[in-house]
Design a protein around this ligand. Structure first.
Ligand code: ADE
Ligand code: ZN
Length: 339
């Protein structure tokens, strides 16, 4: 099924925010090989085509193994700048007006890359593009590592705290529940950082509940498994906890068998504050507009759903109230013109 051209036009042109993008997941194979050459890093793949052929994932872990290998080419501040600039230009082309970008410092500090090199390269690209697309940074802790390691990462981040808006929790979900990181997230809250966490992607609804109750997460990344628990779903609706849903990611990581079975329509029908994001667009077959097009091609979604999804993306952001309202007004003005 394809999306009618008027609908395609609406989805691509409507103003939107992206709240769930791992910057390391925006590294395209061509950029990976260019950086490998520039830095003299040897990759376990002969060329771009053989790397791309390896993008046949069976679950989250099978993806993460390749994602961390891809990130191993990032060494200098300019590398982090180039990667971030690539993403921001693509997001801008998709009419993304604001983005909240995840980065995984431990993936780099473990290889001897200083924290400051990582964050300053990413931030410089954000600043250079600020006039066209606004952005904030969210530092993620890798949940397959220890809480002690997360605390060391927070120590390294201390001189740079003003550069980040919040912290998140990502990597291998199963077997690494939110409560493993209770103390470090409590410290982050004391420091005034905003809190988000991946939960309910592969992990059970209980992980979503514990991310809320123990980590005090303000947004849940993915969260699509919440529908298995009616009481939790009712709570997420009542408290308007945002879910940053990533359709192509769910498809590529076999969280859903086929896009026609994605539960985004049910999440919206249940009154949840869900919106669309790209997660790791270089690995999952598309940036934000491709996610919208794939979703609307497979499911009975209409213009009113597009407007709700665009509104939710700004409503769930950590933008200051005045800019948030201005962008919500822009969404409404865009759709008023269509009607
Ligand atoms: N890191 C990058 N992408 C991720 C995802 N979809 N889930 C958990 N950790 C991630
Ligand atoms: Zn993610």
């Amino acid at each position: 099924m394809s999306v009618p051209s008027q609908m395609q036009d609406i989805l691509c042109r409507m103003p939107k925010a992206e709240l769930h993008i791992h910057i390391e997941g925006s590294l395209e194979p061509e950029r990976i090989f260019a950086l490998a050459r520039r830095n003299g890093v040897t990759l376990p793949y002969a060329d771009v085509e053989s790397l791309r052929r390896a993008y046949a994932f069976t679950d989250l872990q099978s993806f993460l193994d390749i994602y961390y290998a891809g990130a191993s080419v990032l060494l200098t501040e300019q590398d982090f700048y180039d990667m971030t600039r690539d993403y921001l230009e693509r997001a801008l082309a998709d009419n993304v007006r604001h983005t909240e970008i995840f980065f995984d410092p431990q993936t780099h500090t473990a290889r001897g890359v200083p924290f400051g090199v990582v964050i300053d390269g990413i931030l410089r690209a954000c600043q250079d593009m600020q006039g066209q697309i606004s952005s904030s940074l969210i530092m993620c802790f890798l949940r397959h590592l220890s809480e002690e390691d997360a605390f060391l990462t927070l120590d390294a981040a201390m001189p740079h705290l003003a550069k980040i808006i919040g912290v998140g929790l990502d990597s291998s979900e199963r077997g690494h529940p939110p409560e493993k990181f209770a103390r470090v997230f409590a410290r982050c809250r004391e420091l005034g950082l905003r809190i988000v966490a991946h939960a309910g992607e592969e992990g059970p609804p209980e992980y979503i509940r514990n991310a809320l109750d123990i980590l005090h997460a303000e947004r849940i990344d993915h969260g699509v498994r919440c529908l298995e628990d009616a009481e939790l779903t009712a709570r997420l609706a009542r408290e308007q906890i945002p879910l940053t849903v990533c359709p192509l990611s769910n498809l590529k990581l076999c969280v859903v068998k086929d896009m026609a079975q994605h539960n985004l329509p049910q999440l919206l029908d249940a009154g949840l504050l869900a919106m669309v994001n790209s997660d790791d667009p270089a690995y999952f077959g598309g940036y934000l507009n491709q996610n919208f097009l794939a979703l609307f091609a497979a499911l009975p979604l209409e213009i009113r759903h597009a407007q709700v999804l665009a509104r939710n993306s700004f409503a769930a952001s950590f933008l200051p109230a005045a800019r948030k309202q201005a962008l919500l007004d822009e969404v409404d003005a865009f759709f008023a013109k269509i009607a």
